[in-house]
Design a protein. Structure first.
Length: 98
């Protein structure tokens, strides 16, 4: 579930960052509704919502940065989906001891 939170966050962040870049808005991932709520994709199962939110936001922040700057430093695009790189996923999970 935590991996899903990171990947869902990355994908949503990528879309928000791209939209802000295309609309010529300033870089501000913290202003995005999905980042503020932190529960996009949360099903209420297996993990607490605050824990889900933490990992969602970690993915979102990285996705937003990639989307805003038009690059893939933290993730990739394949089969119509954005996803965070395995090495980044592991580093985020290991930083919290999982």
């Amino acid at each position: 579930m935590l991996q899903q939170a990171i990947n869902v966050g990355y994908e949503q962040g990528m879309q928000a960052g791209r939209a802000d870049r295309e609309d010529r808005r300033g870089y501000d991932f913290e202003d995005a509704d999905d980042f503020r709520s932190g529960i996009y994709g949360y099903s209420g199962s297996y993990v607490d919502s605050s824990e889900y939110s933490y990992y969602f936001r970690e993915g979102f922040r990285r996705g937003y940065e990639d989307g805003y700057y038009g690059r893939f430093a933290y993730g990739s695009y394949s089969d119509g989906r954005y996803s965070i790189l395995d090495s980044i996923l592991r580093s985020v999970l290991n930083a919290q001891g999982y």
